[in-house]
Design a binder for this molecule. Structure first.
Ligand SMILES: [Zn+2]
Length: 69
């Protein structure tokens, strides 16, 4: 299982996540920080990045492998 860390301060959270009442936050403090970010609208989920053109030319287009073995 991957190590669990606090989503706010990245503090390692050993043990089961059920041991943390404020999960996924290590402490209530971090939970409040997260809540504050939401309230200040500073916690915007970034988009998938700049819009990428799907028609970007690629080398793998039309160059199907022969598949001969
Ligand atoms: Zn934390």
């Amino acid at each position: 299982m991957a190590k669990t860390v606090c989503v706010i301060c990245s503090t390692p959270m050993p043990g089961e996540w059920t041991e943390y009442p404020e999960y996924p936050f290590c402490t209530k403090r971090c939970k409040l920080i997260d809540l504050g970010r939401w309230l200040t609208e500073d916690y915007k989920i970034p988009d998938a990045g700049p819009p990428r053109d799907a028609s970007t030319p690629g080398d793998d287009d039309g160059q199907a492998s022969t598949g001969s073995s």
